[in-house]
Ligand binder design. Structure first.
Ligand SMILES: *[C@@H]1O[C@H](CO)[C@@H](O)[C@H](O)[C@H]1NC(C)=O
Ligand SMILES: *[C@@H]1O[C@H](CO)[C@@H](O)[C@H](O)[C@H]1NC(C)=O
Ligand SMILES: *[C@@H]1O[C@H](CO)[C@@H](O)[C@H](O)[C@H]1NC(C)=O
Ligand SMILES: *[C@@H]1O[C@H](CO)[C@@H](O)[C@H](O)[C@H]1NC(C)=O
Ligand SMILES: *[C@@H]1O[C@H](CO)[C@@H](O)[C@H](O)[C@H]1NC(C)=O
Ligand SMILES: *[C@@H]1O[C@H](CO)[C@@H](O)[C@H](O)[C@H]1NC(C)=O
Ligand SMILES: *[C@@H]1O[C@H](CO)[C@@H](O)[C@H](O)[C@H]1NC(C)=O
Ligand SMILES: *[C@@H]1O[C@H](CO)[C@@H](O)[C@H](O)[C@H]1NC(C)=O
Length: 483
């Protein structure tokens, strides 16, 4: 498969990084009596907020040999630095090395900074991962009905929290958890790599995230979030390794990310069936731009399937997908309730896709039998324009819900080249370019010609908002670290 070819040079890079960091660790052993804070060079970085205080992980007894557990060092560093929350905030520097740790918690007005060749390694010892109750908008865990493991980097009820660096790495060492899932040995839901709950002013940027046990980045019940400059890598057959999942979040900007994963590159969510309806917190005011995605078995961007709190005002611009199952997919089901509305997609460059357009009304998967079969999702106002796709198997599989059609679908300026296999074999009965049920909308200048439920309207440009979201006007400051 072509994704093997795409991935192997990257793993060679990790090997090289490993060799380089081993060199750094060895170097630091020689000088271990010198207080580490005096050794770091001054540097600049960009962030939504700068910090008055700073410390280095090694000041708290951390050892970067890839073997020593540093959970206590992370926790005591952050507990110590939390005293500066109301005095200009604090920066914790993770220097080059391999820092094995279990789950730890962030604090407010705080920046975690991973230097180049710093690698945080997730422990494979379950006792290093505290348990948390299930999310209220989900009612149960995704992997198991009981509780869940706290994420590797976790935060709740925070304001102004930053995780960034000079492309340092967070490695979840997820194979341990993937194996347990496959053997059905989990009685708690797997941890995520980064989860921030009930928080605002969040920045996650300029890092490489690899091999997450499950989802990579999960902001939930939060607002004012910028996620940029991430390289997220997981084997394309690893289970549920979604890239970025904004969940019941408002004002989110996701830009300049590169994601290769075993599940959706980005999935916007807002709770599950009766639990999500009751919690009632939508995901809204989200802009996603300049993403490159490779995900052979999943979507570049999924809306749902857990969307019971609603998804509204999502703007998607200038995206590239290669060898990905579908582009911007809507997933819902009877029992979900909620809504997906005011979705705007503009400027997709797609190569080797199973579906360009995919909407599903029968996704199924309920938390339990307590869902309300009368709770129907309202899916309306879905606008797509300026889409080029090559080597496509099916142009559109658009399936709404009977007695609950997906409405207000608009497509303009779409050029889809079907794969040669289809042209040569000509098996139209099995492989129609379009298959539409329980949907309505209009199209203009779409090739190949869509289904009858999407009639042509001359010279139509599907709308895209001309205003800006508040999160788009947040600028980064240049901050200086001085030892
Ligand atoms: C991230 O890295 C890019 C490229 O090196 C740099 O321009 C940018 O200022 C950095 N910081 C953020 C927050 O993006
Ligand atoms: C991290 O926060 C969670 C949730 O508040 C809590 O259960 C856990 O004990 C905290 N961990 C530490 C090490 O303080
Ligand atoms: C960050 O590191 C990853 C993994 O080695 C690499 O693929 C990516 O290009 C790097 N990003 C930047 C901005 O250097
Ligand atoms: C969790 O699962 C393991 C097997 O993977 C089992 O040994 C253990 O007893 C279970 N714990 C609980 C609380 O069910
Ligand atoms: C496009 O989106 C707008 C806003 O959500 C919606 O009202 C409309 O129905 C959609 N479709 C068309 C054809 O404008
Ligand atoms: C076209 O897509 C098929 C999978 O459907 C893939 O095997 C093939 O390599 C792709 N061709 C090109 C030229 O990308
Ligand atoms: C769905 O949402 C649209 C737009 O907000 C609204 O006009 C319509 O009445 C809603 N439909 C249902 C069945 O709730
Ligand atoms: C069209 O989609 C429906 C589900 O919406 C499915 O039952 C049917 O088999 C599909 N038809 C073809 C020809 O793929």
């Amino acid at each position: 498969m072509s994704h093997q070819n795409i991935k192997s040079p990257r793993f060679q890079n990790f090997y090289i990084i490993g060799v380089i960091s081993a060199f750094f660790i060895f170097g630091s052993l020689v000088e271990c009596r010198v207080p580490s804070s005096s050794k770091l060079n001054n540097f600049d970085y960009t962030a939504i907020n700068c910090r008055k205080h700073s410390a280095i992980l090694t000041d708290f007894g951390a050892v970067g040999d890839g073997k020593t557990l540093n959970t206590k060092a992370f926790n005591s560093a952050i507990t110590k630095l939390s005293q500066y929350s109301n005095d200009g905030g604090a920066l914790l520097i993770v220097p080059p090395g391999k820092w094995l740790t279990g789950s730890f918690n962030l604090t407010s007005h705080f920046t975690l900074f991973l230097q180049k060749d710093a690698v945080i390694l997730g422990s494979q010892d379950e006792s290093e991962w505290p348990q948390l109750p299930v999310l209220p908008s989900y009612g149960r865990g995704r992997d198991a009905a009981g509780g869940r493991f706290s994420s590797l980097i976790f935060g709740t009820h925070l304001t102004d929290v930053i995780i960034t660096g000079n492309n340092g790495t967070i490695d979840g060492q997820g194979s341990y958890w993937w194996d347990k899932l496959k053997k059905d040995e989990l009685n708690l839901t797997r941890p995520y790599l980064i989860e921030i709950m009930y928080s605002d002013q969040i920045q996650i940027s300029n890092l490489t995230l690899i091999n997450s046990p499950s989802w990579n980045v999960h902001p939930i019940y939060s607002s004012d979030i910028i996620i940029n400059g991430l390289t997220i890598l997981a084997p394309v057959d690893s289970p549920n390794t979604d890239g970025i999942n904004p969940d019941s979040c408002t004002n989110v900007r996701i830009e300049d990310n590169y994601i290769v994963s075993g599940d959706d590159c980005i999935a916007i969510k807002s709770g599950w069936d009766q639990y999500g309806i009751k919690f009632g917190k939508p995901s809204q005011k989200i802009i996603i731009r300049r993403l490159t995605c490779i995900s052979p078995d999943s979507a570049m961007i999924a809306l749902g399937s857990e969307m019971s709190g609603g998804i509204q005002d999502v703007r998607v611009e200038d995206l590239t997908a290669i060898n990905t199952e579908s582009a911007v997919r809507i997933k819902s089901a009877v029992g979900r309730g909620g809504f997906v509305k005011d979705i705007f997609v503009k400027g997709l460059n797609l190569n080797t896709m199973k579906y360009v357009f995919w909407m599903t009304g029968s996704y199924g998967q309920h938390p339990d039998n307590g869902f309300d079969p009368k709770a129907l999702p309202n899916v309306t106002g879905i606008n797509y324009s300026d889409i080029m796709a090559k080597n496509v198997t099916i142009a559109g599989q658009l399936e709404g819900i009977s007695n609950d059609p997906y409405t207000g679908i608009c497509m303009s300026n779409v050029a889809i080249e079907m794969s040669n296999v289809e042209k040569v074999e000509k098996v139209p009965k099995k492989k129609l370019p379009w298959n539409c049920t329980d949907i309505s909308g209009v199209i203009s200048n779409v090739v190949p010609q869509p289904c009858e439920l999407l009639p042509e309207k001359e010279k139509l440009e599907c709308p895209y908002p001309s205003d800006k979201l508040a999160i788009e006007s947040v600028n980064f400051k240049t901050c200086s670290y001085k030892s």
